[in-house]
Structures are given as structure tokens and as C-alpha cells.
Design a protein around this ligand. Sequence first.
Ligand code: DQA
Length: 142
Amino acid sequence: MEIHVYHGPNLNCLERRDSSQYGTQGLEAIDSSLVELGEELNVEVVARQSNSESELVGWIQKQDKDGLVINPAGLTHTSVVLRDVLELAEYPVVEVHLSNIAAREQFRRQSLTAPACLGQISGLGLQSYELGLRAVVKHLRA
Ligand code: DQA
């Protein structure tokens, strides 16, 4: 079973972002933890980051995975395009956020993309991704 993890814009610069929201771990450390968890769960984890909405759309359109964990980052709050492509996905998708978007600025409280996903996990740092991965795998195995 192959599960993809897509990180949206600016998540490649985590070390330079607000550590009170995003913690101190960089993306490489997050990805290694997810690959490790994947081994434990007996699934292959493929993690990628893009700053480009169009590249993310291309990846999501491909049916080359069994499930997806996605942090659309800032595009969560703005992208009808990502919402539309997520609605086309024929595999389960869980949206995750490092920070608690419900407790932040008003503009971050709305997710345009979450309604097209199985569910959303927010505010738990790395654990948001880990729980997202577990949820996708459990859904596929149910
Ligand atoms: C984020 C929250 C978004 O509001 C923000 O634009 C991000 C990261 C998170 O993981 O907490 O880039 O998705």
C-alpha cells in the first residue's frame, strides 16, 4: 500500500517560520518520522512538497497512490482549484495542519479544502500528520 504526503507552499521553510505555531522541526524530520511510522504500519510513505498550486493539482489528479495526507498550507484558505481536484480523488484524503487553524486569525479558520476530504486534523504538530496517516491506513483497511 502506498500513501502519499503532500506539503503545500512555504512548508519547506518551517525552520524560519513562527515556531510558536509550527514548532521547531523542519520538513525533513517530519518526513522521516512519517516514513518510520509507515514502516510500522506496513505501508510505503512518499512525501513531497511544492510551492506551486498547479504542481499540487497535477500530483492529486494522478491515481498513483492508495491514499493521501495533505497539508495545503496557505492554499487551504483560498484555493477553489485544490478543492475541485480533491473532489475528483478516488482515494481517501485527510487534511492536516501543524497549527490549530481554528484558534488563529479569522482568515485561517475557514478551510475550502477540508469538505472534500475524509476529515481534518489540526493543531497537534507532527502528531497531526501521524494521526492523518493512521486514519488513511485504517480507512483503507476497514
Ligand atoms: C498551516 C496553517 C496555514 O494557515 C498556513 O498558511 C500554513 C501552515 C499549518 O500547518 O498549520 O502555511 O497549514
